[in-house]
Design a protein around this ligand. Structure first.
Ligand code: ARG
Length: 581
């Protein structure tokens, strides 16, 4: 159960009974300091002010209306009118026992009303390799997807790949030549899509005859010419099979069936534009079709014109996104739509929201959310580039992570067999890259720093994986498994209590991750939990002589719950655990 929500709703009710104006919630939060209890209600002061009465008196009245004895040890009016709340040890122990024995793991209930949620993430472009920035949208999007599914929602992954547009004429024309040139060049160029793209662009810019052919191919492609379509499909397939390798390597849960690229919406575009015109939202302007939005002004202070169809008939990125929104609402029946891209697309997304809301394509009750993320920077604070100034390719980052992790493992465990070293290193490598990404607030730019992400100190993957493997070694020493331990859990030491409180808060964290699309909240939670476990382990011996059997069972049960919470939490980030390190 979500303790914060529960306390908030019962205390809000008690406030209403005590005469507080309706619509003012109790505003229950986890307490900022241990001396203020486990939770605090901050909403009393606001209500008292509205009523023009003494807040401490109102707080007393609210407490008199509450019957929380089954779960609460103590309620106290503090400061100008806060209510501080201490959960009872017996209740916390019962929660922990129930969590341990629940097959849903950790007593996390599924959402009362599961939603259909479309999550648009990754979205690489065809004939280009994924680059360092794709670490962000892949990892963040996937962690949110997994968290939503764990909470019982029905998630539809929408990989909105860039697989349509005028550049395909040039790409098809170039592919034609590459295929004619024979196998060697073909293999070489197609494996390195980046150079394929650049070569075709160069060709287009320098060779008018080629450029002419490219333009003809665009037209033919749009008219549904079979040969052009087959060449186009080849380009999409080559790109996506390379991208799938990266997804698999990074344990990103996208599969080919999640691909819903821009081309999918192509046939909807004329009708989308027509209906926006019919509604009077879009207008003709010098042959083009534009939408003027009052909410967005240009430099001259006039409403910004957003083109949805060019005078040559071509459609734009925005037009496709409007169609995609329509498809997601009408066909996929989404209750909520999330899009992950970098912050540079924020304005585009705001315009998209304004248009689709105005046109009734996405009704108000459907959540339509852009979740932007910042940039990956080098140590110099500038966008992360290779030495020669090029964009860093995702696959190169993954290769380097493997190399660095392997030499780190070899240094720590020189006598370990090589295959074992490699196994540990490959888990550690992906974990470190992903966790470094996921542990940062998504909105901030962050510095890509190998030493920091591979460190065993601080909020890092090695630290967490090490904490997890420590727990496994406690169980090995005790001769039982985390699965068979039963408790019951008894709370005596403050470290045991601190663990039980944090364990009970897992659901709160997951619901915040799902609501705000902020996986770093889960990372911070796990980092704190691991730290609390370390101090519990120091102060509350398990396998020491003189520890009674009941105490030992209780502490093992708490440890098992920490272990399950960490492995579940890491799994939601798409990170594997290691029993030994
Ligand atoms: N392919 C786009 C890019 O690389 C991202 C697409 C994001 N999704 C969307 N519905 N616009 O910038």
């Amino acid at each position: 159960m979500n303790i914060q929500h529960y306390l908030n709703s019962v205390i809000s009710e008690a406030m209403a009974k005590a005469g507080a104006p309706s619509g003012l919630p109790a505003a229950v939060k986890p307490s900022s300091k241990p001396q203020f209890g486990d939770y605090q209600a901050n909403g009393i002061m606001g209500a008292a002010k509205k009523l023009g009465i003494n807040p401490r008196e109102l707080a007393q009245k609210v407490i008199a209306e509450l019957s929380l004895d089954h779960m609460v040890e103590k309620l106290e009016v503090a400061g100008p009118g806060f209510i501080n709340i201490w959960l009872s040890d017996a209740w916390l122990a019962k929660q922990a026992d129930a969590a341990l024995s629940s097959d849903r793991l950790l007593n996390v209930e599924r959402a009362d009303q599961p939603q259909r949620i479309v999550v648009d993430y990754s979205a690489p472009n065809v004939a280009k390799e994924m680059h360092i920035g794709h670490i962000r949208c892949n990892c963040i999007g996937d962690a949110v997807v997994r968290s939503l599914e764990f909470l019982g929602h029905n998630v539809i992954r929408a990989n909105h790949i860039g697989d349509w547009g005028t550049q395909f004429g040039m790409l098809i024309a170039h592919l034609e030549e590459v295929l004619q040139a024979g196998n060697e060049q073909q293999a070489e160029e197609l494996e390195h899509l980046e150079s394929f793209y650049r070569a075709s662009k160069k060709h287009f810019d320098e060779n008018p005859e080629f450029a002419q052919r490219a333009r003809e191919y665009v037209v033919k492609l749009q008219q549904g010419d079979e040969w052009c379509l087959s060449m186009w499909k080849k380009l999409v397939d080559i790109t996506m099979s390379q991208n799938q390798k990266a997804y698999d390597r990074m344990n990103i849960s996208l599969t080919p069936k999640d691909t819903m690229g821009e081309s999918m919406y192509n046939s909807m575009l004329p009708e989308v534009v027509q209906s926006l015109k019919d509604q009077g939202i879009a207008v003709e302007d010098e042959g083009a079709c534009i939408i003027r939005l009052e909410e967005f002004k240009n430099k001259e202070g006039e409403p910004l014109g957003i083109i949805i169809q060019k005078s040559d008939g071509g459609y734009l990125y925005t037009t496709t996104d409007i169609a995609a929104a329509k498809y997601r609402v009408e066909t996929l029946k989404a209750d909520r739509i999330l899009i992950f891209t970098d912050t540079r697309q924020s304005q585009h997304m705001q315009q998209l929201f304004a248009i689709t809301r105005k046109a009734g394509i996405v009704p108000e009750q459907i959540g339509f959310e852009h979740h932007p993320f910042g940039m990956v920077l080098g140590k110099d604070g500038k966008p992360f580039k290779t030495r020669s100034g090029e964009t860093v390719k995702l696959m190169d980052v993954l290769d380097e992570a493997d190399e660095r992790a392997l030499s780190m493992v070899q240094e720590r465990e020189p006598s370990m067999p090589l295959d074992e070293q490699q196994k540990i290193a490959s888990v550690l490598a992906m974990a470190s890259v992903k966790y470094a990404e996921l542990s940062k607030h998504r909105l901030t730019d962050y510095i890509f720093d190998w030493d920091a992400m591979l460190s065993f100190e601080g909020n890092t993957a090695p630290y967490l994986l090490y904490a997890f493997s420590r727990i496994q070694s406690v169980f090995r020493k005790s001769g039982i498994s985390t699965e068979s331990v039963q408790g019951p859990i008894v709370i005596e030491a403050p470290q045991e209590r601190a663990l039980a409180v944090q364990l009970a808060q897992f659901i709160e964290v997951l619901e915040s991750v799902a609501r705000e699309a902020l996986p770093h909240l889960l990372c911070s939670y796990m980092y704190q939990l691991a730290g609390t476990f370390m101090s519990f382990y120091e102060h509350c011996p398990i396998n020491k002589e003189g520890v009674s059997e009941e105490t030992k069972q209780s502490r093992l049960a708490l440890s098992a719950l920490v272990s399950k919470t960490l492995s579940q939490g890491l799994d939601l980030l798409g990170i594997e655990t290691l029993d030994r390190m």
